[in-house]
Design a protein around this ligand. Structure first.
Ligand code: COA
Length: 391
C-alpha cells in the first residue's frame, strides 16, 4: 500500500433491534389514514429496542461480523457516532471496544452532530488512513430515535447501527476526495441534556435540510466535484424515506435539471428499502441507504454513488464514492435481511410500554428485563455503571 492508495469502505454491516412496530398499528391507534405513512412519509414499520438494547449493544452487534471476518489487527482507532448518547463523558465506543475484545493499543472517541456525525467519522477515518495506509479505522454509527408519544415525530422513530471498516484499497466503495460542506445555526431538531425524547419542528427541519442540500452541493461543485449526471444513485439521510425524494427533487431543480420522475426513481429507488422498514436510525441512516443500494442493485462496479449526509442543527456534506469492481463478493445481503426479518412484531400497547421504559435515573442498582435475543445485552445498572454482557 502506498500513500496515494484509494481509501474508503472496506466492509459494512448493520444491526437493528429485537422488536418492530408496523405503521398500521400506529394508524389504528391515532386514526390516521395509512396512506399518510406508507406514501406520505414513506414508512412501513419502525424498529423498537428491547429494554436491554441500546446504542452499545446494536453497535457491537453491527461491528462483530467485521471483526469475525477481518480480525482486529490494524484497527488502531474506533470512532463512534451517535446522537442518542448514553453517557456525558465516556465514549460508547469504549464499551464496544471491550465487548469485541480489541487491542488496548486503540484510540476510541465518540462524535456528535445530530444525524451527520457518522460522515464526519468516515472523513476523519480517511484522514488517519491517509497518514498511515496500514491502519484501519472502525466507524460505528448507532442511534435510537425517540419522540414524544402522539407527537408528529412518533411516526418517524426507529433504531439501528451501521459499522464500517475504513481502510486503503477498500473492497466496497472508494470515497473520493472533493467534499462539499455546509453549516447553519438552526433549531430544527435538538435534545437538551434533561430530555430523553428529541424536540423537532418537522416543517422547519424539512426546510433546513433542503437549504443544506443546496449549500453542500454548491460547495461540492466549487470544490471540483462530479456533475449530477455522472451518478448511478444517491444515498441521502432518510429521517423518513420520503425526505430523500424531496431532497433529490430539490437538488435537480437547484442544479437546473428538469424534474424527471423516472430519473428520481432510478437514482433513489433502491436506497430506501432498509430505512423504509427500520425507521429513522439518525447517524446510521445514510449508510443503511448505501447498504440497501449495494445489496439490491445490479452490478454497480466502477460507478459513482452520491452521498448527502444531513444532521439537524445543522451540518451537511455532499461527496461521492466509486463502487469497487468485485464488491458483490463482499456484501452481507443475507445477514442484513436476517437482521430485519428476525425482529418480532409488537402490538401498540407493548410498543408504548417499551417506549415508556426508561433506564432508571434514581442512582440505585437495577437489573434490566431480559428481552433481547441479540448477541449483546445491557444487563444492569450497578454503582452508576452500565453493565453489558455478551451471549
Ligand atoms: N395519503 C397519502 N399521503 C398523505 C396522506 C394520505 N392519506 N395524508 C397525508 N399525506 C402526506 C402529506 O401530504 C405530506 O406529504 P408532503 O410533505 O409531501 O406534502 C405527508 O403525508 C406528511 O403529512 P404531514 O401532515 O406533513 O405530517 P405530520 O404533520 O405528521 O409531519 C413529519 C410529518 C415527517 C414532518 C413528522 O413526522 C416529523 O416531524 N418527523 C421528524 C422528522 C425529523 O426527524 N427531522 C429531523 C431530522 S432530519
Amino acid at each position: 500500500m502506498t500513500n496515494d492508495s484509494a481509501i474508503g469502505i472496506h466492509d459494512l454491516s448493520f444491526a437493528t433491534t429485537e422488536f418492530v412496530l408496523p405503521h398500521t398499528a400506529l394508524a389504528e391507534h391515532n386514526g390516521a389514514d395509512i396512506g399518510k405513512y406508507h406514501q406520505g412519509i414513506g414508512q412501513r414499520s419502525m424498529s423498537v429496542p428491547a429494554a436491554d438494547e441500546d446504542i452499545v449493544t446494536m453497535g457491537a452487534a453491527a461491528a462483530a461480523p467485521l471483526i469475525a471476518r477481518h480480525g482486529g489487527d490494524g484497527i488502531r482507532t474506533i470512532i463512534f457516532a451517535t446522537e442518542s448518547s448514553i453517557d456525558q463523558a465516556k465514549s460508547a465506543g469504549v464499551y464496544v471496544h471491550s465487548l469485541l475484545g480489541l487491542s488496548s493499543a486503540t484510540r476510541v472517541v465518540e462524535l456528535k452532530q445530530a444525524c451527520y456525525a457518522a460522515t464526519a467519522g468516515l472523513q476523519f477515518a480517511i484522514g488517519l488512513v491517509r497518514r498511515d495506509p496500514a491502519q484501519r479505522v472502525l466507524v460505528v454509527a448507532s442511534d435510537v430515535s425517540k419522540y414524544e408519544p402522539d407527537s408528529p415525530g412518533e411516526a418517524t422513530q426507529g433504531a439501528a447501527a451501521v459499522a464500517m471498516l475504513v481502510g486503503a484499497d477498500p473492497a466496497l466503495v472508494e470515497i473520493e476526495e472533493p467534499s462539499g460542506v455546509f453549516t447553519a445555526d438552526v433549531m430544527d431538531f435538538w435534545r437538551p441534556n434533561y430530555r430523553e425524547a428529541a424536540l423537532v419542528d418537522g416543517q422547519e427541519s424539512i426546510g433546513a435540510y433542503l437549504l443544506a442540500v443546496e449549500g453542500s452541493w454548491k460547495d461540492y461543485t466549487e470544490q471540483g466535484g462530479r456533475s449530477l449526471d455522472e451518478f448511478a444513485a444517491f444515498c441521502y439521510h432518510q429521517p423518513f424515506t420520503k425526505m430523500a425524494y424531496k431532497a433529490h427533487r430539490h437538488l435537480l431543480n437547484y442544479s437546473g435539471h428538469d424534474l424527471d420522475e423516472d430519473r428520481v426513481a432510478r437514482d433513489l429507488g433502491l436506497t430506501t428499502a432498509y430505512n423504509n422498514v427500520v425507521g429513522n436510525s439518525y447517524t446510521a441512516s445514510v449508510y443503511l441507504a448505501l447498504a440497501a443500494l449495494l445489496d439490491q442493485a445490479d452490478d454497480l462496479s466502477g460507478q459513482a454513488v452520491g452521498f448527502l449526509s444531513y444532521g439537524s442543527g445543522s451540518v451537511a456534506e455532499a461527496f461521492a464514492g466509486r463502487v469497487v469492481p468485485g464488491y458483490r463478493e463482499h456484501l452481507r445481503t443475507e445477514a442484513h435481511r436476517a437482521a430485519i426479518d428476525r425482529r418480532k412484531p409488537v402490538d401498540f400497547a407493548r410498543y408504548r410500554e417499551l417506549h415508556a421504559y426508561s433506564f432508571p435515573a434514581d442512582g440505585g442498582d437495577h437489573r434490566t428485563p431480559a428481552q433481547t435475543t441479540g448477541p449483546y445485552r445491557l444487563a444492569a445498572l450497578r454503582g452508576h455503571k452500565r453493565i453489558y454482557t455478551a451471549r
